[in-house]
Ligand binder design. Structure first.
Ligand code: NAP
Length: 305
């Protein structure tokens, strides 16, 4: 099969190359997926799991990419819940070869059925941003109707999902970002927007939840805004600040079939939209991940036309 591989962490995305690899074998409880569309997060080249297996052994050259949408083409021993020919989408395992390839072997529990009216390119854009937003708001942040949420990077990949889901859940949403993101954040459902380069965060007043993706000074100033019993949820690593009378939680996104299914249903209904910036073929993937101009939105690889 055709696959993109990386072998040198220092080379970054410029070190990606297109090559031939054997089709992976589905292990117990796996499915083998014929990939139709695939997503890649540039940050994953900084993760140890991109370069090693679960025991920390070198596994380079490795296939990056963890988001996928495709069709199940074989089942491993004991696999239940998905069947051959089924459209699926989800999150591939962190420590195994990933999704920038024509096939990937993935634990079945990490995938969810993809409705026939949701395009593969859309399905592949959802798992990381959608699940991160869902888990941060509802699992870790315990957001409830009528609460207020300060959402950093509200027009970005994760933030755009957080903004839409929080608004739909009945929260009062204050989005943040750069001046140029104001309209996008408001269009996604933010009630207010704070330009982090010009406005003062202190003017926001008290909030129940902060969804942080930056860390550092912005996180520290945000923690001070959290009212008693509120939560700082961060996806930027261990919290550097804590609310005076509340919780600070950091987490790494996990696959969850039920949550993927909720996300797909919202996309289907038109209640949730995803920001795709560029769609490229697998042959053009290396160039697409090394753009000469800045692309807003996620780059998706259409592996099969
Ligand atoms: N823990 C987890 O499970 C998890 C999961 C997903 C993502 N992450 C991490 O979360 C972060 C965000 O991911 P993402 O995919 O949402 O990234 P993204 O699409 O680049 O979104 C970030 C948004 O924040 C804006 N922004 C960044 N720095 C800013 C600043 N100083 N002031 C104002 N606006 C700023 C960006 O604007 P510009 O585009 O103009 O810079 C962009 O709109 C990344 O570090 C990623 O690695 C963690």
């Amino acid at each position: 099969m055709k696959a993109i591989v990386v072998a040198d962490q220092a080379a970054g995305t410029a070190g990606m190359r297109l090559t031939e690899r054997p089709v992976p074998e589905p292990a117990g409880n796996d499915v083998l997926v014929e990939i139709h569309a695939s997503g890649f997060t540039p940050g994953e080249l900084d993760w140890d799991t991109t370069w090693t297996d679960r025991l920390g052994r070198d596994r380079t050259p490795s296939v990056p990419g963890h988001e996928l949408a495709g069709v199940v083409c074989a089942l491993g021993y004991g696999t239940r819940g998905l069947s051959v020919g089924q459209r699926v989408f989800g999150l591939a395992d962190w420590t195994r070869d990933g999704t920038l390839a024509e096939y990937a072997a993935v634990e079945a529990r990490n995938l969810s059925p993809l409705p026939g009216d949701v395009a593969f390119t859309v399905g592949a854009s959802l798992p990381i941003s959608g699940l991160t937003a869902w888990q941060g708001l509802f699992v870790h942040g315990r957001l409830r109707v009528g609460q207020s949420a300060l959402v950093h990077g509200a027009a970005g990949g994760v933030g755009s999902m957080v903004t839409q889901l929080a608004r739909a859940a009945g929260a009062y949403v204050i989005g943040t970002g750069r001046a140029g993101d104001r309209q996008a954040a408001l269009d996604l459902g933010a009630h207010e927007f704070v330009d982090l380069e010009d406005d003062s965060l202190a003017d926001v007043g008290a909030v129940d939840l902060v969804f942080d993706s930056f860390g550092g000074e912005i996180q520290k100033r945000s923690a001070d805004l959290i009212r008693a019993g509120g939560t700082l949820v961060t996806i930027a690593g261990p919290p550097e600040a804590r609310p005076a009378d509340g919780l600070a939680i950091d987490f790494v996104v996990e696959a969850d079939r039920g949550q993927l299914s909720e996300i797909a249903q919202r996309v289907r209904d038109g209640r949730l939209r995803t920001l795709i910036g560029n769609v490229a073929s697998l042959d053009d993937a290396v160039a697409a991940f090394n753009p000469t101009e800045r692309v807003k939105g996620k780059t998706i690889i259409r592996v099969r036309p």
